[in-house]
Design a protein around this ligand. Structure first.
Ligand code: XMP
Length: 518
């Protein structure tokens, strides 16, 4: 956001963990943005006007002539710079040092760095000798640039920590942003402190500035917002409502693919707590009649996406004269990640969103969360008085239960699925596990199995329970429930849900699986 004056620039060279640098900084209330190296030109630097720069890691080799470089202008700006891994190597090479290719000096994983000489970047670290860090490098710096001194070494990185103290240039071979560098956050804290950041990036301050920006953007025009009941769209709506009041109308589409009690919960929450124009679009029949009998995952997603746009457009035009469409886009969705191959990545799933709407309807987008990470959105929701039960909700996909019903969709299967899912979530809450889990749901399988209940034969559906932990949904691990939990939950589902006689637990991580079944 323009009004935040203290900005840190992260130049991305394509590391898998660049986003974590931003996370660590945001936790320190420092505002930062990640930009790919190709975009960081001299005019960009002037306009961005960073107070400090971090050079990320990356997969390329500085030894290759064609490898990515930052513009030399960054070293003339008189601001502190921190290079990490590839960022260290490119900094050394650019300033007159040397980097050599691997050959027995690669380090991947846990390593120990020793530092005997203190300096501002290492304050509160290395007080007791060796410290654990996480390394991931093939190349290494073989000669440091003039003006730099060595402050830390590891078995295979004689220049694990280097600095030119008078210029406030620092470079480390390891990754302080990852979990496996347990005290790495200290380094970012020291770096931002010595760069003079006051730590004014708080959600309270953000809220005020976001409200000003929304008022300036919208003026006296009207805004519409599609509500899904998820945290992102709810926070977007409440924030915009706080800024412009009744100029905002929310549209909630009940497509018949929601979980048990979900439509009622969302409607009640908004009607009872927020006095804003709110359209409840009851469109179950429309969606279900088109989806019934469909079994191909992509076809389901496309039908839902198309119908959603139609319905939304129909209801939104009733608002009359809206010029803006509000969306809960988050920062991870807008970071342009570095692609060295330049080729488009494979589409695993065509995600349902309202992407097609703005063009079709001639609307301008308003995305007040596009600078925030998920946990910051939750903090903002908190500031805005959104109930905790809403803020902590597990993510729920746009295509809803349709993609948790592999094979043919039928109303009967959706009904069974809803009941089983409600029991599963109830169990998770009862065991106090809801907040430890990123997402949990039941998928009803397109297979019927034989069972015996009482003295009778049953021939009913099997279902799969899914629960994962994740940071951002990009990768995930299955949740290690106790056998007691699984046994009790399976028994409850089979006893209480007519139509399911077998329960399985999905122990696939992502990758190779995805979180949803379709
Ligand atoms: P996958 O299944 O791709 O899901 O591992 C990652 C996260 O994204 C959610 N998801 C979606 N969310 N529209 C959404 O709004 C979609 O089409 C969609 N597909 C998956 C999924 O629930 C998980 O949180």
């Amino acid at each position: 956001m323009e009004n935040f004056k203290e900005k840190l620039l992260i130049i991305d060279f394509g590391s898998q963990v660049t986003q974590l640098i931003a996370r660590r900084l945001r936790e320190l209330n420092v505002y930062c943005e990640i930009h790919p190296f190709q975009k960081v030109t001299e005019p960009f630097l002037v306009e961005f006007s960073p107070k400090a720069i971090i050079l990320s890691g990356g997969p390329a080799s500085v030894v290759d002539e064609s490898s990515p470089r930052p513009p030399m202008a960054i070293f003339e700006m008189g601001i502190p710079i921190l290079g990490i891994c590839y960022g260290q190597q490119v900094m050394m090479q650019s300033l007159g040092g040397k980097v050599e290719r691997g050959q027995g000096t690669a380090e991947f994983g846990r390593a120990y760095v020793n530092s005997e000489q203190s300096m501002p970047l290492l304050k509160g670290w290395f007080d007791n000798g060796d410290e654990q860090v996480w390394m991931s490098h093939g190349d290494h710096v073989s000669e440091i640039a003039p003006g730099f001194e060595v402050f830390g070494t590891s078995a295979n990185a004689p220049f694990a920590i280097v600095a030119n103290l008078s210029k406030k240039f620092f470079a480390v071979q390891f990754h302080p942003e990852v979990h496996h560098t347990p005290k790495g956050a200290k380094l970012y804290q020291n770096f931002t402190k010595l760069a003079g950041f006051s730590g004014d990036w708080t959600m309270g301050a953000y809220q005020e500035k976001a409200i000003e920006a929304i008022r300036a953007q919208v003026g006296d025009k009207k805004v519409i917002c599609g509500l899904s009941g998820g945290v992102d769209s709810s926070v977007t709506a409440i924030l915009i409502h706080k800024a412009i009041g009744d100029q905002l109308t929310c549209v909630f589409v009940d497509n018949g693919l929601l979980r048990q009690g979900e439509a009622e919960e969302v409607v009640t929450m908004f009607r009872d707590n927020y006095n804003m124009p709110f359209i409840y679009a009851e469109e179950k029949e429309l969606f279900l009649s088109e989806l019934e009998g469909q079994s191909d995952p992509e076809t389901k997603r496309k039908i839902i996406g198309r119908l959603f746009i139609d319905v939304f457009q129909r209801h939104a035009s009733a608002v009359g004269g809206a010029q803006f469409l509000a969306q809960g886009t988050l920062y991870p969705d807008v970071i342009e990640s570095v692609s060295f191959s330049g080729g488009p990545s494979v589409t695993i799933k065509s995600h349902h969103n309202v992407g097609g709407l703005p063009k079709k309807m001639g609307l301008q987008l308003i995305e007040p969360l596009r600078e925030l990470f998920k946990d910051e959105v939750r903090a903002l929701g908190h500031e805005l008085g959104l109930p905790d039960s809403f803020i902590g909700r597990h993510p729920f996909p746009g295509p809803g239960l349709a993609i948790r019903c592999p094979g043919e969709i039928t109303r009967k299967k959706l009904e069974i699925l809803r009941k089983a899912d409600a029991i599963y979530i109830d169990q998770i809450r009862k065991y106090g596990l809801y907040d430890d889990i990123w997402q949990a749901f039941v998928a009803i399988l397109p297979v019927r199995t034989v069972g015996v209940m009482g003295d009778s034969r049953t021939y009913d559906f099997a279902c799969a329970l899914r629960a994962v932990t994740s940071v951002d949904g990009m990768t995930a691990d299955y949740y290690p429930f106790s056998h007691q939990f699984l046994g009790e939950t399976a028994t409850r589902i089979i006893n209480e849900v007519n139509g399911i006689n077998r329960v399985t637990y999905d122990i696939t991580s992502k990758p190779p699986g995805t979180i949803e079944w379709e």
